[in-house]
Design a protein around this ligand. Structure first.
Ligand SMILES: [Zn+2]
Ligand SMILES: [Zn+2]
Length: 191
């Protein structure tokens, strides 16, 4: 992984995120390492790549900017595990590698400034920053990219639900908020 490429990707990730913070610095490195291990080129969209993100912090934006995977393309899956890790999955070959940020899991954090940390991320080879595992990914058909796999209507609120995200209640399709409660509460309905 050459340093000019890193600087180029770091700049792009910083623009996407709004700043180059420590998370963007390490996330850029992680994303580039992932592409390298999957033998995929930079600055391209890869139709056969799905990235599973385990974190929804700064690092996530770097992974999105560098890999060009996105939620809208269904090529970026947010798992909300709260862990500094991501898995790169090739849908064609089913090869998958989970990459973990070594630093995030260290017990004794090194005392360094953000600038020192960013410099270290830039200069250290990825093998020394991350641990990798070969994994087998279980992906349902309904999670694959492409047009919606199923479409139904909630038998309670009547709203459309795609890709099998509905539940069955007494043999009828019901959306998750109707079945389990939503993140919102209706205050006033538009007339
Ligand atoms: Zn940030
Ligand atoms: Zn509903």
């Amino acid at each position: 992984m050459n340093i000019e490429d890193y600087d180029e990707q770091l700049k792009k990730a910083g623009e996407f995120h709004g700043e180059i913070c420590g998370g963007i610095a390490i996330g850029t490195k992680l994303a580039m390492y992932g592409l390298e291990l999957m033998k995929m080129e930079l600055n391209q969209r890869h139709k056969n790549l799905i990235v599973f993100l385990e974190i929804d912090r700064c690092m996530a934006d770097a992974v999105q900017a560098v890999t060009k995977c996105s939620m809208g393309k269904r090529s970026l899956k947010q798992m909300y595990y709260g862990k500094f890790a991501a898995t790169f999955y090739n849908i064609d070959t089913e090869e998958a590698i989970r990459i973990t940020d070594f630093d995030a899991n260290k017990k004794n954090k090194s005392k360094e400034t953000v600038e020192e940390m960013k410099k270290r991320f830039r200069e250290t080879p990825p093998e020394k920053l991350f641990t990798t595992e070969k994994v087998k990914v279980k992906l349902k058909k309904s999670q694959m990219p492409g047009k919606p796999h199923t479409s139904t209507r909630c038998s309670i609120c009547g709203e459309r639900i795609t890709d099998g995200r509905h539940l069955n209640r007494g043999g009828k399709p019901v959306c998750i908020p109707c079945a389990e409660g939503a993140y919102y509460e209706i205050i006033e309905e538009n007339q």
